[in-house]
Design a protein around this ligand. Sequence first.
Ligand SMILES: [Zn+2]
Length: 422
Amino acid sequence: MTGIAPHKALGCCRGCDSEALHVLHEFGVAPIADRLLDPAGTTEDLSAPLTLVLCTDCGLTQIRETVEPRYLFHEDYPYYSSVSKALMAHFHASADTLVETLELGEDSLVVEAASNDGYMLRRFKDAGIPVLGIDPSDGPVKAAQLRGIDTIHGFFNLDRACALASEGKKADLFLANNVLAHVADTHDFVAGIAEILAEDGVAVIEFPYLTDLVDHCAFDTIYHQHLLYLSLTATAPLFERHGLFLNDAERLKVHGGSVRITVSRTARTTPRLEALLADEARRRVKEPVFYTPLLERMEELRHDFRVMLDAYRSRGQKIVGYGAAAKATTLLHHFGVTQDDLMFICDKSPWKQGLEMPGTRIPIVAPDALNGSEASAVVILAWNFANEIMAENADFASQGGEFVVPVPDFVITRGEYMRAAL
Ligand SMILES: [Zn+2]
């Protein structure tokens, strides 16, 4: 069963309410990413229009359509932050630095929105610092509570912040990693931060950085769940409306290029924040021209992909995919891939195996299906892990198979692809 997911199209900017929304790219009616389908047909295959727009007044890049959250975020989605060792090391190092620089102790309080299974808060707790997590996903919240990490099951917003503040719970440190761009009501979320922050408290927030998306051509990170694509230029006014100021920003390598901002009630800046803002101004991030290289590259890559599909098909050769992440949905949609093009998609996650991709209904299978299959090539949909995936499947190449890395450069290789890891 297919259908259009209930959604609303914006009439004005999510940040500044301006009606000056410039359409950067229309993806058309795109499947809802991460909504993997049961082959038995019990899950409705939902799509919705997906349009990338730029507010030419404040520079905020955003998705025009807001799909009802209950179709986007599953309570039972078994994503546990602690599973990724590299990410754990990243966040624990960040926690250790914050404990030291903010001189946090047993009288402090650290509050985290979207705290998941307590992957970061546990580091503060282990250092004897009181913590409070807030997260809407069932399983991870239970996992956090089992570890003794005080966690509220629900969303962080202004109402929640007011309730906590009225109990005397004010945050000396407020954390929000990879959640700011996902919330439909940005101002309600930021007003909540202003409410819960202690007078001299700081908020430390990470999100994917817009310039990395553009420079790495990571167009496949554009989907309905990601409502905002943030530059620092567009982020500053979101906070200033609530009496908060960007104090610092640091670029990070995680998630294909992210930025970590520090926010407080005091207006002050670091030289590195000023340098990043100056760089954004030089690159004209508030203007459509900034996006031209990305949009042109997207069309070139689609062309190269179609040529590749035709070439394999004309030789009677079969192709499969690798990596059924959310972003694969946008990639397959943009490239116009159908079930006829890819036999199946391999993914290591047992939770995904046996299900089908939204929209295309391409089956998801365990990676060992690759060996003994008739496939002549594997399209690496999780292209940011291309080297790792090729190394793990070296046998496939040694038996004559080819790997197709479709982004950020279109490459067909036997396994020697080495573009610097993103
Ligand atoms: Zn705006």
